[in-house]
Ligand binder design. Structure first.
Ligand code: ATP
Length: 216
């Protein structure tokens, strides 16, 4: 998946968007690279370097206009027009994601939810009727679907990803704890919640290890 600018830069742009949304809610009108860096848990030099990949941003010493910067980042991230999202898997996770208000606030609209369990199809979740996964290609052909969110068990994730690709959807957010294989022209991200817990567990093990070493 080629992202143009470095992947870590794009990931930080998302963090900056979050910070700018917070500043806008607090009615802050201008912010310096140092302000943004502090709130995004990085530093001013990194913020300037990240922005420099995308041209000239604001004047030195004056700070950025929060609303202009948000609009600029939206244009870079391609979220200035709404992105349409479908969710596959109407279990606990998929249903929770369908109802998450944070998506809409950042320009992502969940337009359909799919499942393959006949007992669930036709039921409603968060105002959406659960559709059979066999309808995915038709829905994708009728509506422009930008992103598919996979919220099925691990064993089904690759087969579902293949169906998403087959339906012509070019971006996948995968919540199943397995890396899915997709063609080079499809963007895929896996959300590894357990890996994040393992990371923290490692951190705890390290810090506990170092305090044990100090004690001995
Ligand atoms: P529940 O027990 O109510 O199904 P859950 O969150 O425990 O909820 P999971 O086993 O994690 O369920 O499955 C998530 C959802 O994915 C379920 O609704 C299941 O029917 C659906 N699912 C499983 N395999 C597929 C598949 N191949 N295609 C589409 N949906 C699937």
């Amino acid at each position: 998946m080629n992202t143009g600018a470095p992947r870590a830069t794009i990931e930080r742009l998302c963090r900056y968007q979050q910070v700018l949304a917070q500043l806008e809610r607090e009615r802050v009108e201008t912010a310096s690279s140092a302000d943004i860096g502090r709130l995004a848990v990085t530093n001013a030099a990194q913020v300037r370097k990240d922005f420099s990949h995308f041209g000239d941003f604001g004047r030195r010493g004056v700070g950025y206009s929060v609303s202009e910067l948000r609009a600029r980042l939206r244009a870079i991230l391609g979220t200035e027009n709404e992105r349409t999202v479908v969710i596959i898997g109407a279990g606990n996770l998929g249903s929770a994601l369908a109802g998450y208000p944070g998506f809409e606030m950042r320009g992502f609209r969940v337009v359909a939810i799919f499942d393959n369990n006949p007992a669930k199809i036709g039921h409603w979740v968060e105002g959406l009727r659960i559709l059979p996964l066999s309808d995915l290609a038709t829905v994708a052909a009728e509506q422009r679907i930008d992103i598919a969110v996979i919220a099925v068990p691990e064993a089904a994730a690759q087969a579902v990803a293949d169906q998403v690709v087959e339906a012509g959807i070019k971006a996948i957010l995968n919540f199943a704890p397995v890396y899915i294989q997709v063609p080079a022209d499809v963007g895929a991200r896996t959300v590894g919640v357990t890996c994040q817990l393992e990371y923290l567990s490692y951190f705890l093990a390290q810090s506990q290890g170092s305090s044990e070493a100090e004690e001995s």
